[in-house]
Write a protein that binds this ligand. Structure first.
Ligand code: DGL
Length: 271
């Protein structure tokens, strides 16, 4: 699908739920006057424990929703979709550029490691796909990658259990194994995880560099829009337009909790 875009067209961003808001936050900080249209597939979250066929179908539905708003570019703020269905999104976007979080995170991790040992935590689907190790080793084949799926982090983030005793307990269970592998860098390979960053950082120990791909994505977005002369020159800062597939009120509460900013309307859409 190809539509005409202008600098005023929105940036489309999507995730399975609230995780992608960590990317929205970084985009807003770097590009405050850009219009953002965000879709969170709250009816079908989590994506991580699902099969590749299902994740590819969900990705195709998600992008169809965002394309109705004629975006000038798309950000896949979901590592699971970036790992297993980026081609589905790219195909649906035609000549509209697509940025996925996974490649940005892999690049940042490669730049950060000093001892060439990187840990990656993500959903079951992302870890099983081996997509991070492939992306990292494409940049530097010498790097050893150790991965661990942390599926319970997603519902904990969706419940707003940011600093909860349950989160600390589960973090210890998941992270002890990876902490003992001599890594100096840990990639938060799921956009929900930066919401739990404080607990993850405390559990893994402060000597390990934490990689959140959101800032790298914001940097790439700015570069892409500048190069294609599509930066919005309007100086007013924009409130994002939020769409969800279920429970808009719950999404509003979580939005306030994580973004600590003015609450936009949350619209319910059917997938
Ligand atoms: N936040 C998503 C990711 O980055 C998906 C989490 C999920 O739905 O399991 O992988």
């Amino acid at each position: 699908m190809n539509h005409k875009v202008t600098s005023e067209s929105p940036i489309g961003i999507f995730d399975s739920g609230i995780g992608g808001l960590t990317v929205v936050k970084a985009i807003q900080a770097a590009l405050p006057s850009e219009r953002i249209i965000y879709f969170g597939d709250t009816a079908r979250v989590p994506y991580g424990p699902k099969s590749q066929i299902t994740i590819r179908k969900y990705a195709s539905d998600d992008i169809a929703i965002l394309m109705r708003y004629q975006p000038k570019m798309i950000i896949v703020a979901c590592n699971t979709v970036s790992a297993l269905a980026l081609d589905v999104v790219e195909k649906a976007c035609g000549n509209i550029p697509v940025i996925g979080v996974l490649k940005a995170g892999a690049e940042l991790a490669v730049q950060a490691t000093k001892n060439n040992r990187i840990g990656v935590i993500g959903t079951q689907a992302t870890v099983c796909s081996n997509a991070y190790a492939c992306a990292i080793n494409q940049l530097n084949p010498e790097i050893q990658v150790v991965s661990k799926a942390c599926p319970l982090f997603v519902p904990l983030a969706e419940e707003g259990f940011i600093d909860h005793a349950a989160t600390k307990l589960i973090a210890r269970e998941y992270l002890s194994e990876i902490r003992d592998q001599g890594i100096d860098t840990l990639v938060l390979g799921c956009t929900h995880y930066p919401i739990l960053r404080k607990v993850i950082e405390e559990t893994i120990g402060h000597g390990i560099r934490i990689i959140d791909s959101a800032e790298a994505v914001a940097f790439r977005t700015k570069k892409l829009l500048t190069e294609s002369e599509l930066l919005n020159s309007n100086l007013k800062s924009c409130i994002p337009h939020l769409l969800v597939s279920d429970l808009p009120q719950k999404f509003s509460l979580l939005y306030q909790l994580f973004m600590s900013s003015e609450l936009p309307d949350v619209e319910l859409v059917e997938v």
